[in-house]
Design a protein around this ligand. Structure first.
Ligand SMILES: C[S@@+](CC[C@H](N)C(=O)[O-])C[C@H]1O[C@@H](n2cnc3c(N)ncnc32)[C@H](O)[C@@H]1O
Length: 220
């Protein structure tokens, strides 16, 4: 378990909803709803990795689904728990490997929204998610897009707090951005099929309100 990522998200959990719905304007949960609706059916099993405060699970509230969720932060899970009757909430580091967590269980829908930018080897994680899917199941995920020619000097990989003069310890863990072509290649190599995709501005970064490009994909 990466202590620093856990501590940062524990700290963030209290104000996450206020910040993401306010100045950051985190649009991914809203977009997820549009992309996932065709696959919603009663009684299905859903897994939400990096659930955070549960914004992404709100779309399942009236759908009679069984939602399991994972997060590295116990405090994020506590906020999520107060909003939705999850089947199970698991405090766990996704990078420690998902298959051992669910040796028997398979899912109809797996959601990974706003987490893959903190995961170094997304091919490994997406491969594990594929193995946890039922036949005809779908994975809906977002990733932060790297634009090599961006005018803000944003690097492909950098500490979360990059841009500050001295990066505070709590903001020192890495954010991994990806080219769309890299993600497309991973999807192809894993034998996944793209059902839908959309590029969007994930949020506005720092006081400078720098638009951060993301893509949402649904694959099966
Ligand atoms: C930006 S938030 C997104 C939360 C939610 N999915 C949403 O869209 O609002 C990222 C979440 O991923 C969790 N996280 C980051 N790295 C993780 C890891 N290695 N394993 C499990 N959870 C992780 C954080 O604790 C945080 O709650």
């Amino acid at each position: 378990m990466k202590k620093i990522v856990m501590e940062y998200n524990d700290f963030l959990s209290v104000k996450y909803d206020e910040v993401t719905r306010g100045e950051f304007k985190w649009l991914a949960p809203h977009l997820l709803e549009k992309h996932i609706k065709p696959y919603l059916k009663p009684k299905i099993n859903v897994l939400d990795i990096g659930v955070g405060t549960g914004q992404t699970s709100e779309i399942f509230v009236n759908s009679d689904t069984n939602v399991s969720c994972i997060d590295i932060s116990g405090d994020m899970l506590s906020v999520a728990k107060s909003k939705y009757p999850y089947k199970e909430l698991i405090q766990y580091d996704v990078e420690d490997g998902l298959l051992k967590l669910f040796p028997e269980e398979k899912f109809d829908i797996i959601v990974a929204v706003g987490i893959l930018e903190f995961i170094k080897d997304i091919k490994k994680t997406l491969s594990e998610l594929k193995q946890l899917l039922k036949n005809n199941g779908v994975i809906a995920f977002t990733y932060e897009i790297f634009k090599p020619d961006n005018k803000y000097g944003i690097e492909k990989e950098s500490p979360l707090g990059a841009g500050s003069q001295n990066i505070p310890e709590l903001l020192s863990f890495m954010v991994y951005r990806r080219l769309s072509s890299e993600v497309d290649l991973i999807i192809k190599e894993l034998g996944l099929t793209i059902k839908s995709r959309k590029v969007f501005t994930g949020y506005l970064r720092s006081q400078l309100k720098i638009p951060v490009p993301y893509e949402i994909l649904v694959v099966s």
